[in-house]
Design a protein around this ligand. Structure first.
Ligand code: CO8
Length: 372
């Protein structure tokens, strides 16, 4: 039995923040901090903070812009986080709203209605609550029957979610699956940290996964092989969780936000990713020249160029390894799916591609796909 990805959807949040806006707010905060602590800095008791720069951000990461669900507060040096009003239990949750918008587009592109969907997997880096599952609220909003659950594997949530969908289809526990990644990363950014204040943006993606025999969409991609992998590392970590309130002194400390050793991640994750892609290409008897496109995780443009060069044996040309980082920033697990969503319309029967996620965990997920 063959499994296909038959539709994709993208929800883009309403607000944008450019590097210049972000850097200007950060540098205002730095000036204020340094002035308030001028004496201690002069006496060598504490170190002054260094300013950020748009040029560094673009050069080091490829990021130029990000979308956010709420811009309020992020650029205010007294707040420096998105202010998002709590909704009461009768209202639809913000993450569900994002998920449903992406899901509707994916369903339309796959020629599916709510009656066809019998499994919804919300696969992302954070869910806004533990229960009831966001996926079950999405199921209710879309009016789908069947079952639904949430899963978190940070950057590899979407690819692992597609693999779970495929396994559910193969195991006959579902007929048509929605895998949705509503990534609302902006609340987890430490906007006072020079090394990471620019990294993430918000977005939601969705894909429809089904058996080839039921697929009718114009663009259907057969999954030729799928391979997840993980290897524990503290180099990308957030200690945010439901135990935080049990230790009130540290409940709000900066380790409860996204923290990474970016250089180490760069060096350690790349070899894992080459090895995984090599293994999957060998499994499918594929040469670099057989690949039409590489839809890679979008954390850093230099990382993507490295991976693409290693896989293709030369620099990627045109949109062979599309980059969406400039517009969206790092959107955790949604990144490779945005690239896929935006850059598959020109693919034709027989074209092969790789979708590969990598990041926190460490985790990496590789799918080899072929246009039917
Ligand atoms: N402005 C100006 N200069 C800066 C800035 C800044 N903002 N930040 C650092 N610098 C300076 C440093 O101080 C350093 O100066 P010096 O050489 O004098 O010490 C110099 O620039 C170089 O610094 P780095 O070596 O840190 O710079 P890099 O070239 O390594 O770039 C990156 C930093 C962009 C962070 C890069 O290391 C990177 O992208 N690494 C890979 C990261 C990665 O893939 N991470 C995975 C992310 S995790 C994920 O995708 C999902 C997580 C789960 C979701 C979380 C949701 C919130």
């Amino acid at each position: 039995m063959s499994i296909v990805i038959s539709g994709t959807g993208l929800y883009t949040p309403p607000y944008t923040i450019s590097n210049d806006e972000l850097v200007s707010a950060f540098n205002e905060y730095v000036a204020k901090y340094n002035s308030e602590h001028a004496k201690a800095i002069a006496q060598g008791e504490i170190e002054g903070l260094k300013p950020s720069s748009s040029e560094f951000i673009t050069k080091a990461s490829g990021i130029e812009n990000r979308y956010v669900m709420s811009k309020d507060g992020i650029l205010d040096t007294d707040v420096m986080m998105p202010l998002i009003a709590e909704r009461d239990n009768e209202q639809v949750s913000i993450q569900t709203e994002m998920a449903v918008a992406a899901a509707r587009e994916a369903m339309a592109s796959a020629n599916k209605t709510s009656d066809d969907i019998d499994l919804i997997i919300v696969a992302c880096s954070y869910t806004q609550r533990a229960y009831p599952a966001i996926a079950i609220e999405v199921q209710q909003q879309l009016g789908c029957k069947g079952w639904a659950y949430d899963m978190l594997v940070a950057c590899s949530s979407a690819t692992f979610g597609i693999m779970n969908a495929s396994n559910a289809l193969l195991g006959n526990t579902a007929k048509t699956v929605l895998v949705i990644s509503p990534e609302i990363a902006s609340p987890q950014i430490n906007y006072r940290d020079r090394d990471s204040h620019f990294i993430f943006g918000d977005v939601a993606t969705a894909v429809v996964v089904e058996k080839q025999e039921t697929a009718t969409a114009q663009h259907c991609f057969k999954i030729l092989s799928q391979q997840p992998m993980t290897s524990f590392s503290n180099n990308i970590r957030s200690n945010f969780g439901h135990l935080n309130r049990c230790n009130p002194e540290t409940a709000d400390s900066s380790d409860k936000l996204f923290v990474q050793q970016g250089r180490k991640v760069f060096k350690e994750v790349l070899p894992m990713v080459y090895a995984l892609i090599d293994q999957e290409m060998a499994k499918n008897n594929l040469q670099a020249s057989d690949l039409k496109r590489l839809f890679l995780h979008q954390a850093n443009i230099n990382m993507n160029t490295f991976v693409a060069k290693k896989v293709l044996g030369r620099n990627p040309q045109g949109n062979e390894a599309p980059i969406i980082l400039n517009e969206f920033a790092n959107t955790a697990s949604a990144g490779s799916i945005i690239a896929f969503h935006r850059h598959h319309d020109d693919m034709v029967s027989g074209d092969k591609a790789i979708i590969c996620s990598f990041g926190a965990g460490y985790s990496a997920g590789c799918l080899v796909i072929e246009h039917l």
